[in-house]
Design a protein around this ligand. Structure first.
Ligand SMILES: O=C(O)Cc1cc(O)ccc1O
Ligand SMILES: [Fe+2]
Length: 466
């Protein structure tokens, strides 16, 4: 069900629609009419264009936003590399530092951290490819106990970041307006857009997926038709919202704003004497957005067999090869299972894609919950062609279950980042976090029983006895 318990605030008004062209102004008349870059934009604002695709990208892919702001973004001294910063990567970042292994991995819930904010609490756990080539993905765990300083902002030049709120509320101020993201909600912050994360309800923990290439889109619906899964109207874009604090009049003195850029998975910092949240109006189709996973219209079989999990795709980042995703964001929400004469949990499988999973809340139907199991705030990784499937207990339960209509996953939601890329794990993911469950394989699958009964007349070497 959709998340409904929110306190209405003027700042949480949104424009609905996925990939829509949005126009929003916090002050009437701030958007120039007809022009993008008039000689003198209204109210003494500067026009600044933010591109999300190459200028010459085909129309159906082209993404850009025109911002009308107090000062342009270039007005700051050079960046300096934050070598002491807490970001958990080797410096400079190299894809070669990732451990690319076939082992099935599962992590206990990741620790909360009172000392970090959203940026210092962001940990790369796994990934593939290279931000400098604009190819690949990064998967993150975040844990933060403090709001970001009100004079700071963060952006990533590496890609678009999809944030999955697992525990605690994120109140995100972006250059283009505010997004409130609660557990069971997600948001996407596109490459380059600056933001500041506040924690109105205390500590937070969650997951994030960065795509170094392309953008997230809605999956094709094929014969499903024009509705279902994530409907376009349920995606929400912020409205323009700005502060005034700049130059000699800056309330907090010179260069008191710090801007942190994630650039090739390193952090770089600059200072400036004006707030980056000074966009009074904007228009375009390149903007951050949020989505309430409770609005996902889940579909499934009403006859038999377990369909592919692609029916649960919320967002997909397409590769150049149709149907093969750089990354799919897939959820497993509560749903009715009615399949007859069917092994209802996920089948045992080996997948040409890699599967990173997390649990937002509840219990996942194919895995034990509780201590040592798959727990909210934990994760698992089943890399390319690494066999996996229900643990022994879930398997026996499913083989022997009475197959009446059953609601699975009530109060639960697992998700998957599925990618056609082979994924490597960072040092933090394998060691430093100290959450890897060393007995994952043994506990899950050692107890998988042999049910094979050799039919009368069959030999033990596969040949029929004459
Ligand atoms: O491995 C998993 O649990 C995820 C998954 C779920 C499903 O219903 C089918 C295939 C699949 O990989
Ligand atoms: Fe799987």
């Amino acid at each position: 069900m959709p998340v409904t318990d929110f306190e209405f605030k003027e700042k949480y008004r949104y424009k609905n629609g996925f990939g829509s062209y949005v126009e929003t102004e916090a002050v009437p008349g701030a958007l120039p009419v007809g022009y993008n870059s008039p000689q003198q934009p209204p109210h003494g604002l500067y026009a600044e264009k933010l591109s999300g695709t190459a200028f010459t990208a085909p129309r159906h892919e082209n993404q850009q936003t025109w911002c009308y702001r107090v000062l342009p973004s270039c007005t700051h001294p050079p960046f300096e590399e934050d070598l002491e910063g807490p970001f958990n990567l080797t410096k400079p970042y190299s894809p070669a530092s990732l451990r690319i292994i076939p082992n099935q991995l599962r992590w206990d819930p990741f620790d909360h951290d009172d000392q970090t904010d959203f940026v210092t609490g962001l940990r790369l756990i796994a990934g593939a490819g290279d931000p400098t080539l604009k190819q690949g993905i990064g998967m993150y765990i975040y844990a933060a106990g403090k709001s970001m300083n009100s004079h700071s902002a963060f952006y990533s030049a590496d890609g678009d970041l999809l944030i999955v709120a697992q525990d605690g509320v994120l109140d995100i101020r972006t250059e283009l307006g505010w997004l409130l993201v609660r557990p069971m909600e997600i948001c996407v912050i596109p490459r380059g857009i600056k933001y500041q994360v506040h924690l109105p309800s205390g500590p937070v923990r969650g997951y994030a997926l960065e795509i170094y290439q392309g953008h997230f889109t809605l999956p094709e619906l094929g014969p499903i038709g024009s509705n279902c899964l994530a409907n376009a109207r349920d995606f929400q874009a912020p409205l323009a919202c700005f502060s005034e604090d700049f130059g000699a009049t800056a309330a907090s003195g010179p260069n008191s704003y710090s801007i942190t850029a994630k650039f090739n998975n390193g952090l770089f910092v600059t200072k400036q004497n004006h707030t980056p949240f000074d966009v009074v109006a904007w228009h375009g189709n390149y903007y951050p957005y949020k989505y309430d996973l409770g609005r996902f219209n889940t579909i499934g079989t009403i006859s038999f067999d377990h369909p592919d999990p692609s029916i649960f795709t919320v967002l997909s980042a397409f590769s150049d090869h149709p149907g093969t995703a750089v990354a799919d964001f897939v959820i497993f929400p509560p749903r009715w299972l009615v399949a007859e004469d069917t092994f209802r949990p996920p089948w045992y499988h080996r997948n040409t894609m890699s599967e990173f999973m997390g649990l937002i809340e509840g219990v996942y139907d194919a895995k034990k919950g509780g201590s040592g199991g798959f727990m909210p705030g934990g994760a698992s990784l089943h890399n390319v062609m690494s066999g996996h499937g229900p643990d022994a207990e879930s398997c026996e339960g499913a083989r022997n279950a009475e197959l009446k209509p059953m609601l699975v996953g009530k109060g639960s939601c697992a998700f998957m980042f599925e990618s056609y890329l082979m994924v490597g794990v960072t040092e933090w993911g394998l060691k430093t976090c100290r959450k890897v469950q060393s007995a994952y394989n043994e506990h899950s699958w050692n107890g998988v029983k042999v049910h094979w009964k050799r039919p009368e007349g069959a030999s033990t070497d596969g040949h029929l006895l004459k």
